[in-house]
Design a protein around this ligand. Structure first.
Ligand code: CP3
Length: 355
C-alpha cells in the first residue's frame, strides 16, 4: 500500500470531479492520443524502442511516454500508453504495425479464426501492460489520474474481421448479417477478455477507464444496440461491480444522437463526443445525464488561429456550466504544432469563472 492510495483522488483531481457530475472551472483538459508522434520526445523514445509494439510491451519505455505529455503540458489526466489491438494479439491473432500503413491483423475472419481464439494466455500476454500501469501510477502526481482503456468489442472485432480499419465497416457488417451466431460468439469472447483486461488495469491503479468504439457509426438501430451499446453497458456494469469508485467513459465515435443513450446508463459517467456533435446538442441531450468530453476537431487544432480560439470559447461558453472535460473529438494528429497545443491549453485554463 503506498501513501498515495490513502488520498481520495476525487478531492484533488479536476478530471475525477468532473466525472462525478460537478461543473469545474476551468474544465479539466487532456487530449486523445496525447502521447504520440507530434511530440519530439515521443519520436525519440519510439526510435529507441525499435517498433511501436516493442514500445507498448516495454513497461519502462511505455511508462515514460505516458508521462511525457504530463511533464510538458501538465494535462489533468494521463492515459496509459498501449493500443486497442493488443487484445486480439493476446487472444492469439497475429498483429503487425507497418509505419505509415497502420495496424494489420491476420488472417482475416472465418470460423476457424474464432475457434482458435483463446483467453488462456490473456493475462500473461498483457502482463507488461499491467506493469506499465503500476509504474505510471507510482510516478504521477496525486492530482493527476490515470485513464486505462481498451477498444470496445465491435471496434476490435472490426479490425479482426477486416484485418485493418475500414471506414464504412462493410466487411464486418456483412460478416454479422451472414452469420449472426459467429458474430455474437466473437463479440462475447471480446467482451469477456476486455472486462478481464480492464479489471486488471484497475487493480494496478487506473482511476478511470475509457472504452473506444471508434467504428460504432453507421450501424442500423438494432445492430447498434446489440453490437455496440449492450456490450459497452455490460462492461461498464462489470467494472463498477469490481470497483465502484472507478469512473467509466464511453466513446461511441460516430454514434450521433445515440450518444445520449450511453449518457443515461447509470454506470457510464462520461461520454466522449466526436467532431460531428454540436455543443448545443451535447448540452441538452448528454450533459443532463453524464459528463461531456471531446468535440473539438483535431484538424482545427492543426490549423490554429482565430477560428480555433473562437471555437474553444464557444465550447467553453456552451458546455462550461455543467460537467465537462475539454478534449478533441478524435486523436491529435502527428502534424499538430506544439505551439497550438500550448495555446489551446492557455485558452481553456484562462477561462476561470468570475465571481
Ligand atoms: O491516447 C494515447 O495517448 C494513449 C495511447 C493510444 C494509442 N492508441 C497509441 C498509438 C490509444 C488510446 C490508442 C487507441 C487506438 N488504437 C484506437 C482508438 C482511438 C482512435 O484513435 O480511434 C484505435 C482505432 C487504435 C488502432 C491504431 N493504433 C491505429 C489505427 C493506429 C495507426 C494510426 C496512426 O495514428 O498511426 C495505431 C497506432 C498507434 N497507437 C500510434 C500510437 C501513438 C502511432 C504509432 C506510431 O508511433 O507509429
Amino acid at each position: 500500500m503506498s501513501l498515495s492510495e490513502d488520498i481520495n483522488r476525487e478531492d484533488v483531481s479536476s478530471y475525477l470531479k468532473a466525472l462525478s457530475g460537478k461543473s469545474v472551472s476551468p474544465p479539466p483538459i487532456w487530449l486523445m492520443r496525447q502521447a504520440g508522434r507530434y511530440l519530439p520526445e515521443y519520436r525519440d523514445k519510439r526510435a529507441e524502442a525499435g517498433s511501436f509494439l516493442d514500445l507498448c510491451y516495454t513497461p519502462d519505455a511505455a511508462a515514460e511516454v505516458t508521462l511525457q505529455p504530463i511533464r510538458r503540458f501538465d494535462f489533468d489526466a494521463a492515459i496509459l500508453f498501449a493500443d486497442i489491438l493488443l487484445i486480439p494479439q493476446a487472444l492469439g491473432q497475429k498483429l503487425t504495425f507497418t509505419p505509415g500503413e497502420g495496424p494489420q491483423l491476420s488472417p482475416t475472419a472465418d470460423s476457424d479464426l474464432i475457434a482458435r481464439l483463446s483467453t488462456d494466455n490473456l493475462h500473461e500476454s498483457l502482463s507488461p501492460i499491467y506493469e506499465t500501469v503500476s509504474r505510471v501510477r507510482a510516478q504521477l502526481p496525486a492530482r493527476t489520474p490515470l485513464i486505462g482503456f481498451a477498444g470496445a468489442p465491435w471496434t476490435v472485432a472490426a479490425y479482426m474481421i477486416a484485418g485493418r480499419g475500414i471506414r464504412d465497416q462493410s466487411e464486418t457488417r456483412s460478416f454479422y448479417y451472414n452469420d449472426r451466431t459467429l458474430a455474437r460468439e466473437l463479440i462475447a469472447i471480446l467482451e469477456e477478455a476486455t472486462a478481464a483486461y480492464l479489471k486488471a488495469q484497475i487493480d494496478r491503479g487506473a482511476d478511470a477507464i475509457q472504452l473506444f468504439d471508434t467504428w460504432s457509426g453507421g450501424l442500423p438501430d438494432e445492430a447498434f444496440d446489440e453490437l455496440c451499446f449492450q456490450p459497452t453497458r455490460r462492461i461498464a456494469a462489470a467494472l463498477k461491480d469490481h470497483a465502484p469508485a472507478v469512473k467509466f467513459i464511453a466513446f461511441p465515435r460516430g454514434a450521433g444522437v445515440r450518444a445520449s443513450v450511453y449518457a443515461k446508463d447509470p454506470n457510464i459517467d462520461g461520454v466522449g463526443l466526436d467532431t460531428g456533435a454540436s455543443p448545443e446538442w451535447a448540452a441538452g441531450a448528454v450533459q443532463p445525464y453524464a459528463t461531456v468530453q471531446g468535440l473539438l476537431d483535431p484538424l482545427l487544432l492543426v490549423a490554429g488561429g482565430a477560428e480555433l480560439e473562437a471555437t474553444i470559447q464557444r465550447h467553453l461558453d456552451i458546455l462550461g456550466g455543467g460537467p465537462y472535460i475539454f478534449n478533441l473529438g478524435h486523436g491529435i494528429t502527428p502534424q499538430t504544432p506544439i505551439a497550438h497545443v500550448e495555446r489551446l491549453i492557455a485558452c481553456v485554463r484562462k477561462n476561470v469563472a468570475v465571481g
